[in-house]
Ligand binder design. Structure first.
Ligand SMILES: [Mg+2]
Length: 243
């Protein structure tokens, strides 16, 4: 996270282990362990390939954007660049919606810098890894597992849990409430959580006040809550050299 507070997770795992308990570390996926920018850019490229002949400015926009320009969604990216035709944006929205939440496209995501090493380190240190994501079962679960395992995140080695939304339609907040109940059912201390959505990070802070709560300032939804001041901020999982 660009500063030494990431190490505190390892200290907390060790301290919990010394008490004979199993430490839990909770990781969100989208815009926390993974960047969704390659998924969004791929969808935009395919949209332009299909519709670019009807709107030449689409190709200009595509040439002007990079992974770093990919935000919460690609409609905003186009609108910021002056493409405001409602019919075009409607078509893009449908095109994006049909692809973004799928096994095939989710595998385009790339790990956040340092994330693979960091999660492995937590697992090796004895933590239970709890992957928690609003990606849904029945469309994204296979791509999610493939993506985690292809990139080398701990998965098939025990002490790893993955909890996805049971259906696409389930409300995010109801899902997070269910997830909190599931996490509590282990009766083990949560030592750290990692989230990019301020609302979820705030929720974890309230639910597990003794844990470390990291807030990744990557991208988040447009109508997001204000992040609590106690959240530990950072942009990635790169560990600075320990003094
Ligand atoms: Mg997220």
């Amino acid at each position: 996270m660009g500063h030494s507070r990431l190490h505190e997770t390892f200290d907390a795992i060790a301290a919990t282990r010394e008490t004979g308990q199993l430490p839990l570390v909770v990781f969100d996926l989208d815009s926390t362990l993974f960047s969704t920018a390659p998924r969004n850019l791929r969808i935009l490229e395919e949209f332009v390939a299909r519709h670019g002949s009807g709107e030449p400015r689409l190709r200009e926009v595509l040439e002007s954007v990079s992974l770093e320009d990919m935000g919460w969604n690609i409609h905003d990216t186009l609108m910021e660049r002056g493409l405001t035709d409602p019919a075009l944006l409607k078509a893009l929205r449908g095109f994006w919606f049909a692809r973004f939440f799928t096994d095939e496209y989710v595998t385009s995501d790339t790990p956040t810098p340092g994330a693979v090493e960091f999660v492995n380190h937590c697992h090796d240190a004895g933590a239970l890894i709890y992957y928690l994501s609003g990606r849904h079962v029945g469309g994204m679960e296979q791509g999610t597992v493939r993506s985690l395992t292809d990139h080398g995140f701990p998965f098939w080695r025990g002490r790893c849990v993955i909890h996805l939304k049971p259906t696409f339609e389930m409300a995010d907040r109801a899902f997070k409430d269910d997830a909190l109940a599931d996490i509590r059912s282990y009766r083990s201390p949560v030592v750290a959580t990692f989230e990019n959505e301020p609302g979820n990070a705030n929720l974890f802070l309230g639910a597990f006040p003794d844990a470390l709560h990291y807030f990744l300032e990557t991208v988040h939804s447009p109508e997001a809550e204000v992040p609590h001041v106690e959240l530990i901020r950072g942009v990635d999982f790169c560990l600075p050299a320990r003094a």
